[in-house]
Design a protein around this ligand. Structure first.
Ligand SMILES: Nc1ncnc2c1ncn2[C@@H]1O[C@H](COP(=O)(O)OP(=O)(O)O)[C@@H](O)[C@H]1O
Ligand SMILES: [Mg+2]
Length: 290
């Protein structure tokens, strides 16, 4: 285990956190500084029309409700980062958007203006093939015994024609020569950074509009963390993808994202522009190791 991943297990910040406080204590302290997040405020952060919106979402696993009345808005080509203590429900928000949870009430909508579509009840494969939403799976999702190119083709398994998946894979290789150089190698020989690149690239084979990314920096050495954020930056700013991410490295996540939400106990406690949250002393004290 590298020094960096050891830090990731205990700290909430980006390293340099000397004192580690318990999840319960963080939850209590955030509740005390919660600022209230009206739907109007969330819309104002987007500036214009929201491309992805969540309204009054109650969702969880089995009968257990994890998210209590969550609202979220992000514009087309914008990025939003969820931060918060362990167990707050951050991953559950992404799971809900993709269709992995039980949704008890509320709506998830995606699209521009008149094309806005209610996708609340779509299955994950419909989300990917019809609604243009991709969930980037990490760690154990790469098939170690398959080559890089075979892994990419798997990303296109929902396409009607296998040839289409191969064509999309070539576009990904054109974009990332680093991956192209490894196309015939087995995925298990990739470095941590290359594997994360493959995980992201595999989602791109379906040419999604919205990327759901859960903790892109987890388990990576610092030089690869920067590489992954550069790739995400490029996907947002050059390709116009909309990105909703969860990041335990709150500093990196908020530096990256246009919009940040602090999620606590299944509710949005604080919302602001990414740089606003970075500058918020309460957020700093709890999540930025400051
Ligand atoms: N598949 C699951 N089945 C049941 N409970 C789950 C599942 N995944 C997460 N939970 C529970 O949901 C809560 C929120 O988890 P999660 O969204 O993973 O938090 P975070 O990503 O903020 O750390 C936790 O109490 C966790 O135990
Ligand atoms: Mg999580």
């Amino acid at each position: 285990m590298s020094d960096e991943s050891k830090k990731g297990v205990s700290g909430y910040g980006s390293g340099g956190v000397e004192t580690v406080i318990s999840v319960e204590e963080v939850t209590r302290q955030v509740a005390a500084i919660a600022e209230g997040t009206s739907p109007d405020k969330l819309s104002a952060l987007v500036g214009g029309d929201a491309f992805v919106s969540i309204e009054n979402l109650r969702a969880g696993y089995g009968k257990m409700e994890i998210l209590h009345d969550v609202d979220l808005r992000v514009g087309k080509g914008q990025s939003l980062c969820l931060i918060g203590p362990n167990g707050a429900g951050k991953s559950t928000v992404l799971h809900s958007i993709f269709g992995f949870t039980n949704i008890f009430s509320g709506k998830i909508r995606i699209g521009d203006g008149a094309d806005k579509r209610d996708v609340t009840a779509l299955t994950p494969s419909e989300k990917l093939s019809e609604a243009g939403i991709a969930y980037i799976l990490q760690d154990k999702s790469v098939f170690p015994g398959m080559t890089v190119e075979e892994n990419l083709w798997m990303g296109g398994f929902l396409k009607d024609q296998p040839a289409e998946a191969k064509k999309s894979a070539e576009m990904v290789f054109d974009k990332y020569p680093r991956l192209a150089a490894r196309r015939k190698h087995l995925a298990k020989v990739l470095s941590g950074g290359e594997r994360r690149l493959l995980e992201i690239s595999r989602a791109l084979v379906m040419n999604p509009e919205v990327l759901l990314v859960d903790e892109p920096s987890i388990g990576l050495e610092p030089r690869f963390i920067d590489m992954v954020f550069e790739i995400l930056h490029d996907l947002q700013h050059r390709d116009g993808k909309t990105i909703i991410m969860v990041e335990q490295n709150a500093k990196k996540g908020l530096e990256f994202a246009d919009i940040g939400y602090v999620l606590v106990s299944g509710e949005v406690a604080i919302a602001g522009a990414g740089d606003e949250l970075l500058a918020n002393p309460n957020v700093g004290a709890l999540f930025l190791g400051g």
